[in-house]
Design a protein around this ligand. Structure first.
Ligand SMILES: Cc1cc2nc3c(=O)[nH]c(=O)nc-3n(C[C@H](O)[C@H](O)[C@H](O)COP(=O)(O)OP(=O)(O)OC[C@H]3O[C@@H](n4cnc5c(N)ncnc54)[C@H](O)[C@@H]3O)c2cc1C
Length: 160
């Protein structure tokens, strides 16, 4: 893709978020929400520029830092913007929670996600998500998978 997020020879198409492969300073930017939001805003800006006959500007990722939960009430965070800090433990977990909820698009979705998270948190409802689709898809290595999983187990055959 080009530096304005288009497939080659298709300026009318924009690739954003997890679908995009973007490198900054020789490193691929992460497949997380922050780049996806910035790419979406950038694509909107370019469409606006096109409509006003203005020049297209290349996409640049503005890294505000990284954070990850590492337990039921602990996280780690490396904040780069709007201030620099390294956080860990419960404080980082609270910051993770507030930031992720606050960036959702409206009050209704914030409330709905908060309710779902509270439910899964309080009742330990977080489970593993298994993809049990067609084994004819490219990349499915039947032999290797069958060695690890019992694919004839009733809970898997029911979904196949
Ligand atoms: C388990 C998990 C945990 C994660 N945790 C974090 C985290 O803590 N922090 C973080 O920053 N990132 C996290 N990520 C990554 C983050 O979710 C993604 O990077 C981000 O959502 C990418 O945004 P996107 O808009 O590209 O794609 P998505 O958010 O996946 O949006 C794509 C949308 O397109 C819809 N869609 C798909 N096909 C069609 C179709 N044919 N027609 C119409 N609609 C369609 C989908 O339903 C979906 O709503 C996590 C991802 C996963 C899977």
């Amino acid at each position: 893709m080009t530096n304005t997020s288009n497939p080659k020879n298709h300026p009318e198409i924009f690739i954003c978020g997890d679908l995009a492969h973007v490198e900054e300073d020789g490193r691929q930017i992460p497949g997380t929400a922050q780049p996806a939001m910035q790419m979406g805003a950038h694509a909107a800006k370019l469409i606006h520029n096109d409509l006003n006959g203005e020049k297209r500007i290349p996409f640049h990722y503005f890294d505000k830092g990284d954070m990850a939960t590492i337990g039921r009430k602990a996280a780690v965070a490396k904040v780069i913007w709007p201030f620099k800090a390294h956080l860990s433990g419960f404080l980082a977990w609270m910051v993770w929670l507030v930031i992720h909820i606050s960036f959702l698009i409206n009050f209704r979705s914030r409330l709905s996600v908060f309710r779902q998270w509270a439910y899964t948190y309080l009742f330990f409802k977080d489970g593993a998500r298994l993809i049990v689709g067609s084994q004819n898809l490219p990349g499915w290595n039947e032999q290797q998978v069958e060695e690890k999983l019992d694919l004839n187990a009733p809970e898997l055959t029911a979904k196949r």
